[in-house]
Design a protein around this ligand. Sequence first.
Ligand code: NAD
Ligand code: MG
Length: 401
Amino acid sequence: MSVNPVPTIGTARRRVSILGSTGSIGCNTLDLIGRNRDSYDVVALTAQTNVKALADQAKEFDAELAVIGDETRLGDLQDALASTGIECAAGRSALEDAGARPADWVMAAIVGTAGLSPTLQAVRQGAHVALANKECLVSAGNIFLAEVAASGATLLPADSEHNAIFQVLDPAKLESVDKIILTASGGPFLGTSIEDMRKATPAQAVAHPQWSMGAKISVDSATLMNKGLELIEAHYLFPVGREKLDVVIHPQSIIHSMVAYNDGSVLAQLGSPDMRTPISYTLAWPERMETPADRLNLAEIGQLTFENPDLERFPALALAAEALRLDNGSATVMNAANEIAVAAFLSERIGFLDISALAADILEDFAAREGRASFTTLDDVLDLDDLGRQKAQEWVQKRAS
Ligand code: NAD
Ligand code: MG
């Protein structure tokens, strides 16, 4: 990972933008900025549909630019920001412009592959990019990293597991790493039987026991697809070799991930499950900043427990590991198919177990028929993403009819 000098807190104000500012990560990021107003100027904020939340944030933080993805809502946004002097824009290309607007630090917190092009714009301007949107790396992998290398941008992992690894991995000593161990809470269905999971409702699936997050990642956590996507994300962020990546279930979500070295040492980052801790580490990097996250009281917690993931009840994790092993565009197709499957589950068109069944069918079909897909340009990524979506829509239509 490249490291560029940046103004540190206390010596200069940082210009920051947040792509996906109205979501769970976006709001947590603004919460931290609100507590440190002397250190940050807000440049661009974006949302897809929630005009009121976006306009309120833009006014509160005196943003330069507010962008709404849904073009039909531009008028509402302009009305809400009339006579504030805050620029308004709408649509896909305006989201990209928000990513391209000069900033020192950009939080990539749009959910799904929709975040790829705006995040790439932030990368191309050479900013420090705090990456919450794991789908960017899962979908575009080496193509995304090549853009980072070409522009000299700095990636700062914001996903809690990857942020934990970022904190304890010495990038100069990758050859001493035995294993990178991602922890997983196991989600709301850790102890649930297959029969009960078959009947699981969207409300049950998004009720995560430890973390409060957006709907898509909450469902991904319930299927363990989230951990699968994180394995792929870890492969691109920390190049130790995919066979050295491992997952352990840790229901308390206190250890956020670990690195095992070849002398027998295991280094871990611990903390209460509050995304403001990893976000703060990217926002203040290379310094630290104070956050209101609950301080750990290990004696009160008493026990930290661990178990191996059950790949029969949670096949999505094994599917993602297989997509990573295949390294032929399978991860792009699977990721796109999963987005469609999660949306179909949330709108009650398919059942909970159908999410992994759909991803398995589409991955198998792709691996069998396409062989090694051409996968070298961003257009290849977008084509494979379209293919995954189209196949998944057909799957959902068949199941729902
Ligand atoms: P969320 O659903 O709460 O928020 C998503 C944000 O993206 C919102 O601002 C929304 O307006 C915007 N958005 C949605 N669809 C869009 C589209 N098509 N085009 C442009 N903008 C769109 O999601 P979240 O939980 O904040 O997660 C955001 C990203 O961060 C995801 O990739 C997720 O995997 C990752 N992440 C989240 C957490 C967490 O604790 N929430 C932790 C780790 C990683
Ligand atoms: Mg995570």
